[in-house]
Unconditional design. Structure first.
Length: 245
């Protein structure tokens, strides 16, 4: 059965849902601590809940918030995606991507004159792989150097969010022994997967991902920057013509 997704304001997330979210995190991540999980969740503005409509069971979720910072003297805004997980039985379902895309489009329409981005920190290649599927322009990437203006934005957002753990030379949020990390079987790497240039690049750029290191990534949020595949998932036709090369 196809799952359904819904965007829930953080103050409307019930204690039962919080328990289910934490249980999913424990299933797929090591070193998960309830107090850390709750503190991180309370900082967010929304949760995308992915639900089995037949049972009302939580099958996945993603936490979201809007960040504001200054980069190179310019005010910027960024949609930041935090803890994200989908139960293995539902990998490939598009409910979460559909709701996330609708949220992104609503922000684009709300701030048409703002410099707006998606800020993603990725400790697994599956999350990083979302970038080339959804966006024309994103960084870092295997086939194009990251422009200086983009590095400035990544640095600004990373330092604002993780001032103690950000390594600006590597563009990595460094893990530590008590930090959560994906369980080895969740994001296992095979020779076939490594033939994907995006996966190979992620591993090369973030060799410490198994220890909890997270690669800092950025994509401009604009209607023109969404791939056609993204619009098929979101379920809304593009409103403007033309996309970045």
């Amino acid at each position: 059965m196809q799952l359904i997704g819904r965007l829930v304001p953080i103050d409307e997330v019930t204690s039962r849902r919080r328990d289910a979210m934490f249980a999913l995190m424990e299933q797929y991540y090591e070193n998960v601590r309830r107090a850390t999980f709750e503190a991180d969740l309370d900082e967010k503005q929304w949760v995308i809940e992915v639900i089995d409509p037949a049972t009302d069971l939580l099958c996945g979720f993603s936490t979201q918030m809007l960040l504001e910072a200054e980069a190179g003297g310019r005010p910027i805004k960024a949609l930041f995606s935090g803890d994200t997980i989908i139960a293995r039985a539902h990998w490939g379902d598009s409910a979460l991507s559909h709701v996330w895309g609708r949220l992104a489009l609503s922000l684009i329409d709300s701030w048409p004159a703002s410099e707006l981005y998606w800020f993603l920190i990725s400790k697994g290649y599956k999350t990083y792989r979302f970038l080339p599927v959804f966006f024309h322009e994103f960084y870092p990437r295997h086939d194009r150097a990251t422009p200086a203006r983009v590095r400035t934005v990544i640095d600004a957002l990373s330092l604002a969010r993780y001032p103690r753990d950000y390594d600006p030379v590597a563009g990595i949020i460094r893990g530590h022994p008590r930090k959560d990390r994906l369980r080895p079987e969740v994001a296992d790497l095979t020779a076939e997967r490594l033939r994907d240039p995006h996966v190979a690049y992620f591993v090369q750029r973030n060799p410490g991902h198994r220890a909890g290191d997270e690669l800092c990534c950025l994509a401009p949020l604009s209607r023109a920057n969404f791939q056609p595949a993204a619009y098929r998932v979101i379920g809304q036709e593009r409103k403007i013509v033309g996309a970045p090369a």
